[in-house]
Design a binder for this molecule. Structure first.
Ligand SMILES: *Cc1c(COP(=O)(O)O)cnc(C)c1O
Length: 496
């Protein structure tokens, strides 16, 4: 079955996967969505016998139908290799009555590596297939993890340039250092005086600027995106939910066909949407549990049907979820509107103009697959401490948001189905917050370097290569800009 893509706002349809990957965002500002959902081609029992790469192939080949088997296998084999520090790529750890799907064993120790190790391969393959001679410039707004993971993937990839915008003072010290020490002649990093939403809106604006696109095209450059608005991010992410399920079958926790729940610490709604896609292709998922931090705009949305970003932007210990405009929700809105592009475009217009929209009762009814809750900062700390004490298992603050929310779900619903929690970052990436939660008196006064050693002692987990690297790497990127200067910065960096 061939899968083609349409824009959620209606101006484009019949777009092959490789073109959707190249474009990133549709020209009308909408997001590409598959026109129909394929179904898993092999049985869950067969998937249980496969390794990560083969599962990834089974899932990705359903969506990326204009890539040949040879092309797709090449992308997958080069992405999911020894860059990951465990052979399983995404191991499942049993703790606190749940199954933590560790998605942080890649180069930058956050789950963004799962998709961003493969996106450069998908994109350069797509460029070749479509006879694109232009240089591809990846523009990315990051809440902390995407930027580094995207640069790690695209650094020195011929025919590409990458520019990353991160919120100055809005990321963790490790995240900032990881980005500012990034190597690669084609990498650029800009700290924005604003928050993540400002950076993301700025990037979308640059994408939407037709004059700039024409000017760039004349100079042989075109933009694409490495954010989760790119379908090339979502499809590889759907694969690990299938792999997690297959692992539970292999380990005898469930039988093929049994239902599970999935809990996802959510910001831009990309990771949980990938789980929803996994459900659409036939993975037996009961509830998709959407976990928010104190920026609980999604929790309120699931409660009331009103999405309202008019509220204070709170800086939390889970900065990669400090987001008030969850871009990928647009893809869900489109589906629950009955694929009504005009309605979706109208709601998104309300969001960009008034910061708010409200869905009707029919649409609300279709949110039954989801359960939303949030964890405040005290609950996040308490969860890290509790699971460390009970299981000797150390969670990063993002994963702790999910674990706390899952706890609330269990309490409220008494649902005992096996539940996979997406574990989205290594605790090393947020060592200071994690150790503060475990024993503030003992650890707060330590330097960053001392904390890495302390975390090693506390968790028994080896210091990851990504941390070793930033200890000594020189700072290479110092640019700071205001939000209204973003376009000029891009032009300067591209020599336009
Ligand atoms: C990006 C990120 C999230 C949020 O994922 P979304 O796809 O934006 O919802 C959660 N945790 C970590 C560590 C992240 O980097």
């Amino acid at each position: 079955m061939q899968i083609l893509y349409s824009s959620t706002r209606g101006a484009e349809s019949g777009v092959p996967a490789s073109k959707a990957v190249l474009n990133g965002l549709a020209a009308d500002g909408g997001l590409y969505i598959p026109e129909a959902f394929p179904k898993l081609g092999c049985s869950l029992d067969d998937l249980a016998k496969m390794n990560y790469r083969d599962v990834a192939y089974e899932v990705m080949s359903l969506f990326l139908t204009d890539y040949t088997e040879e092309e797709l296998r090449y992308c997958i084999d080069h992405a999911y290799d020894s860059k990951f520090d465990v052979p399983e790529i995404a191991p499942l750890k049993d703790a606190d009555g749940a199954y933590f799907l560790e998605l942080f064993h890649g180069k930058t120790i956050a789950f963004k590596d799962m998709a961003l190790s493969i996106l450069p391969y998908l994109m350069t393959t797509a460029a070749r297939k479509n006879n694109i001679k232009n240089k591809i410039c990846i523009l990315t707004a990051t809440s902390g993890d995407t930027g580094k993971a995207a640069m790690a993937g695209f650094a020195d990839v011929p025919g590409t340039e990458i520019i990353v915008f991160f919120p100055k003072d809005g990321v963790s010290p490790v995240q900032e250092r990881q980005m500012r020490t990034q190597k690669g002649e084609n990498t650029h990093v800009v700290a924005i005086r604003g928050n993540f939403d400002d950076a993301q809106t700025g990037v979308k604006k640059i994408f939407g600027n037709k004059e700039l696109a024409a000017e760039m095209d004349a100079k042989g450059v075109q933009f694409s995106s490495a954010n989760s608005i790119n379908i090339g991010r979502l499809v590889p992410q759907a694969a690990y939910y299938v792999y997690a399920y297959a692992t539970l079958v292999r380990n005898g926790v469930i039988k093929a066909g049994d239902e599970i729940n999935v809990t996802v610490p959510t910001g831009n709604f990309g990771n949980i949407l990938a789980a929803y896609y996994a459900k659409q292709i036939g993975l037996p998922i009961n509830k998709l549990i959407c976990a928010s931090n104190e920026n609980k705009v999604l929790f309120d949305f699931f409660q009331t049907g009103a999405y309202d970003k008019n509220r204070p932007f709170i800086l939390t210990s889970s900065p990669s979820m400090d987001i008030l405009v969850s871009s990928n929700l647009e893809r869900l809105i489109y589906l629950i509107s009955g694929k009504d592009a005009a309605k979706t475009a109208g709601l998104m217009k309300n969001l960009s103009e008034g910061g708010r929209y409200e869905i009707d009762e029919d649409m609300k009814k279709q949110l039954a697959d989801f359960y939303g809750a949030f964890a405040d900062e005290n609950e996040v700390s308490a969860t890290i401490d509790r699971i460390y004490k009970s299981d000797k298992y150390v969670l990063d603050p993002h994963t702790a948001v999910a674990a706390c929310v899952y706890d609330k779900y269990r309490e409220e619903t008494k649902d005992t189905l096996p539940t996979v929690i997406a574990s989205t970052a290594s605790p090393y990436k947020f060592a200071r917050s994690v150790l503060h939660a475990i024993d503030a008196d003992k650890f707060d006064s330590m330097t960053d370097l001392e904390q890495f050693d302390a975390l090693h002692e506390v968790s028994g987990v080896d210091v990851p290569q990504a941390i070793e690297e930033i200890k000594s790497a020189p700072i290479r990127h110092n640019t700071v800009a205001n939000v209204d200067e973003m376009e000029n910065v891009v032009k300067e960096m591209l020599g336009l």
